[in-house]
Design a protein. Structure first.
Length: 206
């Protein structure tokens, strides 16, 4: 199908609904089918999705092929998780160079340090100095909650929402949301929203 012929009904039938309300557009089942996806396909789907959904999250390949750039060029924010070890830091440094060459605004790039060790062998300050870019979030090393999340096929915010890691991720997601989304209360605010928004414990709160 020609991307110019895409419409909302076509895109909707590609999406898989989740009980949380999220809808997923999965990657091709067969690896060889991935080569059939072009930047025009990606751009066509994104153009329609952006008119129907408030937030779109893309889990991209670790490369700069044309289909990846088709998403990055349209992104309002780019989150880059990485481990505190030299190979990952070198990869982040190389990616930042590409972003600079593409003239992406520095404030659009958010670095997330994924602590895979109980104690990081490299201090956060030294990493920021090497990358010349501040780290926006440090994810706690909580192997139990992470493994439980992976084994259950659930996000940490669903399987361990009240854990330190779950709260950290919920708060970060809240802080990344648009002001209109974080200020206006949903019809049925969750405990996570109430806490992140600062309503918990307030008299007369939601």
């Amino acid at each position: 199908m020609n991307p110019d012929e895409y419409d909302a009904a076509f895109v909707e039938q590609l999406l898989v609904p989740h009980s949380s309300g999220v809808r997923l557009l999965s990657s091709p089942i067969r690896v060889q089918d991935a080569d059939l996806v072009t930047p025009q396909h990606v751009a066509g789907v994104l153009a329609i999705a952006q008119t129907h959904y408030d937030t779109i999250v893309a889990d991209l390949a670790h490369d700069f092929r044309d289909t990846t750039l088709a998403v990055l060029d349209r992104a309002s924010m780019i989150l880059m998780p990485f481990a505190p070890e030299l190979a990952s830091i070198r990869s982040v440094a190389a990616a930042l160079e590409v972003f600079r060459a593409l003239e992406y605004p520095p404030e659009q790039i958010r670095l997330i340090l994924n602590s895979i060790f109980p104690k990081s062998p490299l201090p956060q300050g030294e990493i920021e100095k090497a990358l010349k870019h501040k780290i926006d979030l440090v994810i706690l090393c909580d192997r139990d909650d992470r493994l439980r999340s992976v084994n259950r096929g659930e996000s940490v915010t669903a399987s361990a929402a009240s854990s330190a890691l779950g709260v950290l991720l919920e708060d970060h997601a809240f802080n990344l949301s648009r002001p209109s989304e974080s200020i206006a209360a949903p019809d049925e605010p969750s405990e996570a929203w109430r806490r992140a928004a600062g309503w918990v414990g307030k008299s007369g709160g939601i």
